[in-house]
Design a protein around this ligand. Structure first.
Ligand code: SAH
Length: 460
């Protein structure tokens, strides 16, 4: 038992930082997690939760600020569930992410002296306004005015904010136009509790290379139910780059933002964008990388690590919309891609076609089932394997198959350094060694860490 109680004020110095971006400090040896803090901050905090061996507390004041602390430029950075580490200088964010990859590869992977193989972090030049896709929940405030913003951490309370600093600047005018329209025509917002009201979300997407913009209103009903819709369209059309205005119908009681049916009410059904030389068609339901500038950096690094000569057979496992597959296709003989989501593969095939790429074949299904079956059926192995799995990492059966395929090189693109390290250890047991590691910052002010590792067959 501890002597602390809830709401008690404590004074502590932050000594460590968790991978979720919470500061950690001790009071009489008892550890507390405090969000919105930075290593080196001396703070007061109020105890919010007590467990047997640790507790949580809420920052109440900063007695002495750490030299690494910055004033978050976003006025709602603390309330909003989006940016968790805006209070940490970007220089330190970069260090935090790099060290996290190094730490996991050492601790979990058992790779001593991994730092020697790690390149300096590939960070953003301008760590603001980098996202090309935004999904704003819509509600009404206590005065009955429509509001748009983001959810507070772990809740569905909307923090009004039409000027999110990590989103594209076009969003502010789009949201102001939509909110003014809702006010003028008395359009209701959706209420999750009563399942009533019309507008649920506003989804926006922008092609950073082409400048094309898509606005998608997610409605608990049909487009016909929206009074004065042509007035809204007139307002939105004036925004430079507007290419597509869509109404998506979602009448389900669900946390899923988009429903299955879309109707284009003005312009095109999709927008287009480029990553490198490759052109992509993006609909409201399509997957697409949300930071195209850093995605290009990441995939250029993956291509560099694959170091293709032109005569290779390549597997791109967990291929999504085939971004990496199409990137590699120009430098390889044949690329195979596998992905579990059918709609992503539909997009991958369209994207291959509009780019005139015909040496790529895509499969829908679980990588751990499709790849061994393909190998069994065709006898085809791979010279190079690229994997880009979700956070949970690669399925063990897939790693076994990769071992049997015995590729020269494996390029592992990862969004979770812990599972990356675990899987690299497995691959090391199958005769592979880590040659190079790159950390790429795709999501400044969040704790997400992307990295890419080059492994080659030992002795090569
Ligand atoms: N490289 C991709 C993104 C990969 S994200 C791109 O550029 O678009 C990881 C992908 O793995 C997701 O698209 C997810 O749907 C897919 N996935 C998850 N489990 C899978 C499995 N068992 N087999 C194949 N794909 C899977």
């Amino acid at each position: 038992m501890t002597d602390f109680r809830k709401n008690q004020e404590i004074v502590l110095t932050i000594e460590d930082f968790t991978k979720e971006g919470e500061g950690l400090g001790k009071v009489q040896g008892f550890p507390f997690f405090v969000k919105d803090t930075v290593i080196g901050d001396k703070i007061t905090a109020a105890v919010t939760k007590l467990k047997k061996n640790y507790g949580y507390a809420r920052l109440t004041s900063i007695l002495e600020a750490s030299p690494d602390r910055v004033q978050p430029p976003c006025p709602v950075a603390r309330q909003c569930g989006g940016c968790r580490i805006q209070q940490l200088s970007y220089e330190k964010q970069k260090e935090f992410k790099w060290k996290q990859v190094a730490g996991c590869l050492k601790r979990i992977g058992g790779f001593e002296e991994i730092e020697e193989k790690m390149e300096p972090i590939l960070a953003m030049e301008k760590p603001w306004h980098y996202r090309n896709k935004a999904q704003f929940p819509i509600g009404h405030d206590k005065e009955g005015r429509p509001v748009a913003g983001f959810y507070a951490g772990r809740t569905h309370t909307i923090i009004p904010n039409t000027n999110c600093l990590i989103q594209d600047q076009c969003n502010e005018r789009i949201l102001e136009t939509i909110l003014a329209y809702m006010e003028k025509y008395g359009i209701s917002s959706y209420d999750e509790k009563t399942h009533r009201g019309l507008i649920r979300h506003v989804l926006t997407r922008k092609g950073f290379t082409t400048g094309q913009i898509m606005v998608c209103l997610v409605v608990n009903g049909q487009a016909e139910g929206l009074k004065g819709l042509s007035d809204l369209v007139e307002g939105l059309r004036k925004i430079q780059g507007m290419t597509s205005i869509i109404v998506n119908t979602n009448t389900e009681k669900t946390n899923r933002i988009l429903g299955p049916a879309c109707r284009t009410i003005w312009g095109e059904d999709y927008i287009e964008d480029y990553i490198g030389e490759i052109r992509y068609r993006i609909g409201p339901l399509s997957f697409y990388q949300v930071n195209p500038v850093q995605t290009r950096v990441l995939y250029t690094k993956a291509l560099d690590y694959a170091d293709l000569r032109g005569d290779e057979t390549v597997w791109d496992m967990y291929c999504g919309i085939g971004t990496i597959s199409l990137f590699l296709a120009g430098k390889a003989k044949q690329v195979y891609g596998v992905e579990i989501v059918k709609e992503a593969i539909d997009d991958a095939r369209i994207n291959a076609a509009i780019n005139g790429i015909d040496n790529v074949e895509f499969f829908v299904g679980k990588a751990e089932e499709i790849v061994p079956a393909h190998r069994e059926r065709t006898g085809i192995n791979a010279d190079v394997v690229v994997v880009d799995p979700p956070r949970k990492g690669c399925d063990e059966k897939l790693l076994d198959t990769i071992g049997l395929m015995n590729p020269e090189k494996i390029v592992y693109v990862s969004c979770d350094p812990a599972t990356l390290a675990r899987d690299c250890r497995v691959l090391a047991g199958k005769g592979y060694e880590i040659r190079k590691v790159a950390v790429v910052d795709q999501f400044a002010h969040s704790v997400h860490v992307e990295s890419v590792v080059k492994l080659t067959r030992t002795g090569l």
